[in-house]
Design a protein around this ligand. Structure first.
Ligand code: BG6
Length: 473
């Protein structure tokens, strides 16, 4: 690897990220209600969801890796890796089992008190996603998810409860995981069952508007209840390139990118951007706004932009637009290697995205998801030699160091899935991201025993040296 300067600042936050529904299990324990993830087979992103839980079917989220029962052991291993940051979500249906109650479930609150205390005991700062693809199922089934304006009120109540409860334990909060995925996976992102059809675009933007109001309301509550803490937004922002320098490729790729940046434009700049008017006209979108919405959105903008980055996608004009990220692979990029899941590995794309969004917003950035999911084999020596993961992460970290030297303010890096969890895209266990292996298979068999992969010691060293070890190879 070329020698480059290590630019990680001393207070850079290093760690990992998970989501409650992909790790905790205990789906109906201590008063928790079902969430939309709990009726999904094949992963919440796949959107293959039953209306209600079918007792004869296997749902990976129901036990997941039982982080609920193993969190002390897992946090101890994160601490051993020197984490200073750990991002997780608070399962909304653990606190409000149906979502529309007026009183929270105390047992659910106690779990997160215990988890955050455990993290803090090890000097690991918790970071919270308020809604990570796990809206209470009742809000999807009885209200139609975020298409229904009433969710603003339910979400605000949830925020108020958790902000008051954890304000001394959690500094960084994010409202909705990958909110720009409303285009591609509205069920996971917004608990809306929106089929293809002439009203699809209208419905997606209306639900998104309701989420923008809820986001602004959360920022407002955050400022009132915990002024020393910060509420940010979170997008899926894998890089996006035109296929050639043909102006059609370039402009279509640009327009496509704006479909995603539209979300951060609203939540960080505080208003609907001019370009969206044309989109609304072309798709006959007529937003229903309530008086005061625009003012609220203008006044209460997010303090930082957090995002996930896994790959880049390449777009050729005239080809169908498949989505905003995740599986949005566009057409083949001959310059990139791919993971066995077909994700184009593009470390420099991460530097590109950091610069792109820092230029646009000049607000602090958090890389809260980046990682390498693949099939890990246990070797004959009983170990897991995941050099491909080490290679992927080290190259991405070097590019973050470059982005810092470019002037981007990046506050931290949370590796996605530092311990193996259920895949959101496929519902599999065998698509593993972890530095820690969990003995469990796709059918739910296994002891749940945790085991260190080679990447465990490697990441530990990276953090211990504040990135320096990346450059001393
Ligand atoms: C992100 C999601 O889109 O990608 C995570 O926020 C998800 O929940 C991650 O797990 C990786 O995707 P997958 O499909 O490999 O789990």
């Amino acid at each position: 690897m070329t020698k480059k300067n290590n630019a990680f600042p001393k207070d850079f936050l290093w760690g990992g990220a998970i989501a409650a529904n992909q790790a905790e299990g205990a789906w109906n324990i201590d008063g928790k209600g079902p969430s939309i993830a709990d009726v999904c087979r094949g992963g919440i992103i796949s959107g293959v969801a039953d209306q209600e839980i079918d007792p004869d079917k296997y749902y990976a989220s129901h036990e997941a890796i039982d982080f609920y029962g193993h969190y002390k052991e897992d946090v101890a291993m994160f601490a051993e890796m020197n984490f200073s940051l750990f991002r997780t979500s608070i399962a909304w249906s653990r606190i409000f089992p149906k979502g529309d109650e007026s009183e929270p479930n105390e047992a659910g609150l106690v779990f997160y008190d215990n988890l955050f205390d455990e993290l803090l005991k090890h000097n690991i700062q918790p970071m919270v996603t308020i809604s990570h693809y796990e809206t209470p199922l009742h809000l999807a089934n009885s209200y139609g998810g975020w298409e229904n304006r009433k969710l603003v009120q339910f979400f605000s109540r949830f925020c108020e409860v958790i902000f008051k409860r954890y304000k001394d334990k959690v500094k960084y909060w994010m409202t909705f995981n990958e909110i720009n995925n409303m285009h591609k996976i509205p069920f996971a992102t917004g608990a809306c069952r929106i089929e293809e059809g002439p009203t699809k675009v209208q419905r997606i933007y209306q639900a998104s508007h309701n989420m923008f109001v809820a986001n602004a309301q959360a920022v407002k509550l955050g400022q009132e209840i915990m002024p020393e803490n910060q509420v940010g937004c979170m997008l899926s922002l894998s890089a996006f390139y035109p296929n050639t320098c043909h102006p059609d490729d370039v402009f279509e790729a640009y327009e496509f990118r704006r479909r995603s940046l539209f979300f951060s434009d609203v939540m960080l700049r505080g208003h609907y951007p001019a370009y969206i008017e044309r989109v609304f006209e072309e798709h006959d979108v007529q937003l229903q706004k309530e008086p005061g919405d625009d003012e609220l959105i203008r006044e209460y903008t997010c303090a930082f932009l957090a995002f996930s980055y896994y790959m880049s996608s390449t777009h050729k004009a005239g080809t169908p637009i498949q989505g905003t990220t995740g599986g949005a692979r566009g057409i083949d990029n001959p310059y990139l290697d791919k993971s066995s899941y077909g994700w184009g590995i593009d470390p420099k794309g991460l530097r590109y995205v950091c610069n792109e969004v820092y230029d646009r917003y000049e607000k602090p950035l958090f890389i809260v998801e980046n990682g390498y999911g693949d099939l890990d084999e246990i070797s004959s020596d009983g170990k897991i030699h995941d050099s491909y993961r080490i290679d992927y992460v080290s190259k991405h970290l070097v590019e973050i160091s470059e982005a810092l030297q470019d002037g981007c303010e990046v506050l931290g890096y949370a590796y996605w899935g530092p311990i193996d969890i259920v895949s959101a895209g496929t519902g599999e266990m065998r698509k593993r991201y972890g530095f820690i292996y969990v003995d469990k298979d796709n059918e739910g068999n296994g002891t749940l025993k945790r085991m260190k992969k080679d990447s465990f010691e490697w990441y530990k060293e990276v953090i211990a040296t504040n990135g320096e070890s990346l450059f001393n190879k």
